[in-house]
Design a protein. Structure first.
Length: 134
């Protein structure tokens, strides 16, 4: 995908997935990220940090969020195809992850690299973006 198309896709997909970050009783996803229980992954979805004690409620909330993200990515894929752009669902999700890794992972939060390694963002080092990020 062209770079401008990727950024447009990112902006729309993030906006569509944003409501899932709100309070839904108990711990929010933002609170769970800050507590080191969950983190963003290079594939565009949330994941569980190894060794974290994940409640059934939080597991369900993460799964619901990931389903909402997939639906948003699918809508973006349909739009891209309608506009004659060639893309895959994976490319759409990955483009969103590139933006999230650059702009939304706070210091102290965990993230999973494209190599599958979990890392914690530090003040002096930004999140490691994937090789397909521009």
């Amino acid at each position: 995908m062209k770079r401008t198309a990727v950024f447009a896709v990112c902006a729309v997909a993030l906006a569509l997935a944003a409501p899932a970050f709100g309070q839904a009783g108990g711990q929010t996803l933002a609170q769970a990220r800050a507590a080191g229980l969950i983190g963003e992954q290079a594939d565009g979805y949330l994941g569980f940090v190894p060794g974290a004690d994940i409640s059934a409620e939080l597991r369900g909330r993460v799964n619901q969020n990931n389903m909402q993200r997939r639906a948003a990515y699918t809508r973006q894929l349909d739009q891209a195809r309608a506009e004659g752009r060639v893309a895959t669902l994976e490319e759409i999700a990955y483009a969103v992850a590139c933006d999230v890794f650059e702009t939304r992972i706070a210091v102290g939060e965990f993230y999973r690299t494209e190599a599958g390694q979990w890392r914690q963002r530090t003040a002096d080092q930004p999140a490691e973006r994937g090789s397909r990020c521009q």
